[in-house]
Design a binder for this molecule. Structure first.
Ligand code: IMP
Ligand code: MG
Length: 186
């Protein structure tokens, strides 16, 4: 790791205030949360524990080809099972970067005719946006650096870190297998 970017304490504090914002928005309505796998698991688990609203929870799987840092061609690896027609949907993702993932999922969800969709992301990087998509609820805005932890991965690793850290650039320019052994040694 290069440096700690967001501590466990900062995350816990922000989740509390974020959940209040979301609660106000959906007050009195049953919420259908659609979370994007796999990066949302830690964020989602903490967030829903602070949301005293009636809710249903489902997941969509979206993957880009290639295991590295770039978001390439997107494929759906898990489809939504719940019916969202006429429902209040909160779409949750780990990080809004280029916006390609959120745009793809939003286009698909709107076709199912929900009453409304609000979007919530744990992190956003404003610098790299290519799609015209915004998040209604944002945990933290981060600079244009590759970050890992609290659900975010590099080549499926580091998701379990309870904080957010910046990955050393020389790691993600190296080979993934080499990365794993190098990082274990440090
Ligand atoms: P987008 O489609 O470019 O907005 O990218 C969204 C996806 O790219 C996220 O769901 C992450 O899986 C991945 N991603 C983008 N930036 C980072 C990062 O800094 N760390 C880890 N994953 C990232
Ligand atoms: Mg990822």
């Amino acid at each position: 790791m290069e440096s700690l970017l967001i501590s466990q304490k900062q995350i816990a504090r922000r989740i509390k205030s974020l959940s209040k914002e979301i609660q106000q928005e959906f007050e009195g309505r049953e919420l259908t949360i659609v979370a994007v796998l796999n990066g949302t698991v830690l964020f989602l688990a903490d967030l829903v524990r602070h949301l005293p609203l009636p809710m249903r929870l489902d997941f969509v799987g979206v993957s880009s080809y290639g295991a590295g840092t770039a978001s390439g061609e997107l494929v759906f690896t898990k489809e939504l099972r719940l019916d969202v027609r006429g429902r209040d949907v909160l779409l949750v993702d780990d990080i809004l970067d280029t916006g390609k993932t959120l745009k793809r999922v939003l286009d698909k969800l709107w076709k199912l005719e929900p009453r409304r969709i609000k979007t919530c992301v744990f992190l956003e990087k404003k610098a790299r946006r290519v799609e015209d998509v915004k998040a209604d609820f944002v945990g933290f805005s981060v600079p244009d650096l590759f970050v890992v932890g609290y659900g975010l991965d590099y080549a499926e690793r580091y998701r379990n870190l309870p904080f957010v850290a910046v990955l050393r650039p020389e790691l993600y320019t190296a080979q993934p297998e080499k990365v794993a052994s190098e990082s274990r040694a440090k």
